[in-house]
Design a protein around this ligand. Structure first.
Ligand code: ARG
Length: 563
């Protein structure tokens, strides 16, 4: 059992449930007064007493024991001191029990409920650029975090595979394309054709492109063969990047899949009396909610991105009966999702409240913006490769004899890109810097990976020493900090899921690595003062390595055995 639960179970505040109490218990920034603290301000209204008095009364009524050894009331806070001796034992029981199952920090909280996560959602025949980094790695991390918590997760790549641009592409290909060249150049060749079409297109060519698009839609064989070819070239390409980032999907149903599912949804909108006409278009008026109209069908009867999202939401609800459906999409689409969710709510669907737009900020590079304007696109592939190259160079300098350096450079370089995108609160814009991301002493994945390698090398030296088996231990301050940091991991994972915020896990990794390194420097592990201490410290090191490895894995980052 973790300490927050332990404390909550032994506290009684009338009208406040145990779970709520548990959630209110926090780790104070300054632990000189206590290891955990419960702020009593929220109880004041309920109990008609001052927070200070409430804290004093609760302190007086709390029975201390070997786990919680002291309780005090200070300025409306109830502070708890955890007994160091009992502490590790309780942690170790939790840790080993979880290791027997799916790993420390895992849980069955999800109870098999389903979470759909729409992420990465690439556009066919368009560059896969640095702007796709966040959605891809955030979505991937959320996918693994929810799965770790016992949810059934469906990863969806809502492909951008519908629109007039594919008509343009066919025109461009027929004009200037060469089968072999495109086959060889893949997505880059396709993109070049597309860019060329846009810069050279005349009225006439535009009309031809529209006709080609119409041909795709009407099922014309040749047009669809070309389109499917472009699609598979794009997917083959992005999959190589997904492999490097350890990303996978359960569904690649794209926008085009929903075209024949739009009719019934439009019917439903009509039935509910939600459709109005506006300049020939069919829209849902959202003025009452302070939003512009949600356009369902254009005046020519064609659907829009939003319409296909509407049909997709219904399809997902019917197919997966999700508990939550997340859309990991940049904040630029805030309005789109607000409108979409509102329309579904107005249609009377109770699950509208389960749709969540997980918005995130922009990523740019230190040496230039990500702009797709002026054709200056930073391909994600190039960012990854450059990071891996730099990692290789750093490793060569730091550790010239390191075996398996190519693989390790990949793990370090890829990790740096992922961690760089996940370390900050997701809504913040970030400027990615290779040097910062690959700093061995920074708040970086490589710092955490290095700490893991260090722990692994200690463990290798302690091969024959057994793991802890329940002895009473006198825990020193460094060890104590480490046990506390490790005990916080399960809550950290839950917190990350609750707020759709993998950065919580990333920060925990850095904090815990820092605490471990202090322990490593101040406490002798291999040459511990006694056999009991050696066993204990080995066990702490083992738990640190296991937890950090699990945490990084949730983010999609691997841990090299040596560095
Ligand atoms: N392909 C879209 C874009 O690049 C993102 C799609 C996000 N998912 C969704 N269901 N709308 O903007």
């Amino acid at each position: 059992m973790d300490y927050k639960t332990y404390i909550a179970e032994r506290l009684t505040v009338e009208g406040v449930g145990k779970e709520e109490l548990r959630e209110m218990i926090a780790v104070p920034p300054d632990t000189s007064l206590g290891d955990y603290a419960l702020p009593c301000f929220r109880f004041a209204k309920l109990m008609r007493k001052s927070p200070a008095l409430i804290a004093e009364e609760l302190a007086a009524g709390y029975r201390t024991d070997g786990v919680v050894t002291a309780v005090s009331a200070v300025n409306g806070y109830l502070n708890f001191k955890i007994g160091r001796a009992g502490l590790f034992k309780a942690f170790w029981e939790d840790f080993t029990a979880a290791e027997q199952k799916c790993g420390y920090g895992s849980s069955d909280m999800g109870g098999g409920k389903t979470v759909c996560i729409d992420y990465s959602s690439v556009n066919i025949a368009k560059p896969f650029h640095i702007g796709h980094l966040s959605t891809t790695v955030l979505g991937g991390a959320l996918y693994r975090i929810f799965r770790y918590l016992g949810y059934n997760v469906v990863g969806i790549n809502h492909l951008g595979d519908y629109g007039t641009q594919f008509g343009k592409l066919i025109s461009a290909y027929r004009r200037w394309g060469d089968r072999e060249e495109v086959e060889k150049g893949g997505i880059h060749a396709i993109n070049d054709l597309y860019v060329r079409f846009n810069s050279e297109a005349t009225e006439e060519m535009e009309a031809e492109a529209r006709e080609n698009f119409r041909l795709i839609e009407s099922g014309d064989r040749e047009a669809n063969e070309l389109f499917n070819w472009f699609k598979s070239l794009t997917l083959d390409y992005v999959k190589t990047i997904y492999d490097r980032l350890h990303i996978s999907f359960d569904s690649y149903l794209g926008e085009s899949f929903y075209i024949d599912k739009i009719g019934p949804v439009v019917e439903k909108l009509k039935e509910k009396g939600l459709l109005t006409e506006s300049r020939g278009a069919q829209v849902v008026d959202l003025e009452a909610y302070g939003m512009s109209p949600f356009i369902v069908l254009r005046s020519d009867g064609a659907s829009l991105y939003a319409t296909r999202d509407l049909a997709a939401a219904f399809y997902r609800k019917e197919t997966y009966d999700f508990d939550k459906c997340l859309y990991v999409v940049a904040y630029q689409q805030n309005l789109h999702f607000k409108q979409l969710f509102k329309v579904i709510e107005l249609m009377g669907e109770p699950w509208a409240k389960d749709l969540v737009h997980v918005a995130y900020g922009m990523v740019s590079l230190e040496d230039g913006a990500m702009s797709t304007r002026k054709g200056k696109v930073v391909w994600l592939e190039d960012v990854i490769s450059r990071s891996v190259e730099k990692a290789a160079a750093i490793l060569a300098e730091k550790n010239p004899d390191l075996a398996g350096r190519t693989d390790i450079a990949e793990q370090v370089g890829v990790g740096a890109v992922i961690f760089g995108a996940l370390y900050n609160n997701k809504i913040k814009d970030i400027v990615f810097s290779y040097d910062k991301a690959l700093n061995f002493d920074g708040e970086t994945s490589v710092y955490v990976q290095y700490t893991c390698a260090r722990a692994a090398s200690v463990l290798a030296k302690l091969g024959g020493v057994p793991l802890y088996s329940g002895e009473e231990i006198d825990v020193n301050a460094r060890e104590f900090e480490l046990v506390k940091a490790l005990s916080a991991f399960p809550d950290t994972v839950k917190e990350a899921a609750k707020n759709y915020e993998p950065s919580t896990v990333a920060r925990w990794c850095v904090d815990t690595a820092q605490v471990f390194n202090k322990f490593y420097i101040d406490c002798r592990i291999v040459n511990a003062e006694s056999e009991t201490l050696r066993i204990f410290r080995k066990s702490l090191t083992h738990a640190t390595l296991a937890s950090l490895t699990a945490a990084l894995a949730l983010l999609g980052i691997e841990v090299p055995e040596k560095m």
